[in-house]
Design a protein around this ligand. Structure first.
Ligand code: HEC
Length: 244
């Protein structure tokens, strides 16, 4: 009887529908207000260096996420293929996160260190020259375009606003020295962004080109750090070790 009263009274039906839906909404949304507590601290997870950060921006610009996910789910078939499942903390400094929803190509969450820099340069320039059956597009302009790093400090400032601990103050710098060590703290210092970007590009030379810093350089720096921040050998002893 009550049911009929509700269904024939559209005002009441709408009000009750809203009440029911908002319970579901609250259950999803409320934990996000406590996100700082929801994501646990994991040793090794750090913000991207300026060079890696620009690489991530190129990854987004080129739409790599349309074919590649960056989230290994905790199912056996996933971690046998890709490695340890992803931790929430591993994408805490990704704004926006790159979990993706489509795997035309393989997941890239633990890509870092899997291939050499030279392999990436070759593969991104002409995927079919290393994987003949590949359907991935060519990205030859990454080697042609010089990297525009003039706004890297602004990009870091913007990320600082959403909680990435790039330092802009002495206090922030000291906190980073404590958390990440002096060498990395230098790289996370907004005032030194350009210098540390140039130093990293020069010392690692990700694109193999001397004297030039290309978009390829930044993208490969980013790809090579994916999934490498946490040292899983400390944790792998039990369950995962069995399958290695
Ligand atoms: C149209 C879909 C598509 C797009 C867009 C795409 N890829 Fe791929 N990617 C693939 C496919 C398919 C493979 C598997 C074959 C191969 O290795 O080339 C692949 C493989 C890869 C691999 C090797 C992964 C491994 O573990 O072997 C890397 C690295 C990669 N892609 C990076 C990128 C980057 C960076 C971009 C953006 C600049 C990109 N891809 C854009 C489809 C795509």
């Amino acid at each position: 009887m009550r049911h009929e009263q509700i269904e024939t009274n559209s005002g009441l039906l709408i009000a009750l529908t809203l009440v029911v839906i908002s319970i579901g909404g609250l259950v999803e949304i409320v934990p996000l207000f406590y996100i700082e507590e929801t994501i646990e601290e994991v040793e090794g997870v750090r913000p991207y260096t300026p060079l890696e950060l620009l690489g991530k921006d190129i990854y987004q610009r080129e739409g790599c996420y349309l074919c590649h996910s960056q989230m290994i789910r905790p199912f056996r078939d996933e971690w046998l293929r890709y490695g340890h499942y992803s931790l929430a903390a591993e994408s805490r400094y990704d704004h926006p996160f790159q979990w993706g929803s489509k795997r035309t190509g393989p997941d890239l969450a633990r890509l870092g260190g899997k291939y050499s820099d030279a392999w990436h340069v070759q593969h991104l320039t002409a995927p079919r020259s290393v994987v003949p059956e590949s359907i991935m597009p060519n990205y030859p302009w990454l080697l042609e375009n010089d990297l525009d790093y003039s706004d890297v400090a602004d990009r870091m400032r913007a990320l600082r606003k959403v909680g990435v601990p790039y330092s802009a103050t002495d206090e922030g710098y000291r906190a980073n020295v404590e958390r990440h060590g002096p060498e990395l703290a230098d790289q996370l210092d907004i005032a030194q962004a350009e210098d540390s970007l140039l130093a990293q590009a020069k010392s690692a030379n990700f694109d193999g080109l001397a004297g030039r810093i290309t978009e390829m350089e930044a993208l490969v720096a980013y790809l090579q750090v994916l999934g490498t921040m946490v040292d899983f050998s400390q944790y792998d002893e039990g369950y995962f070790a069995e399958f290695r």
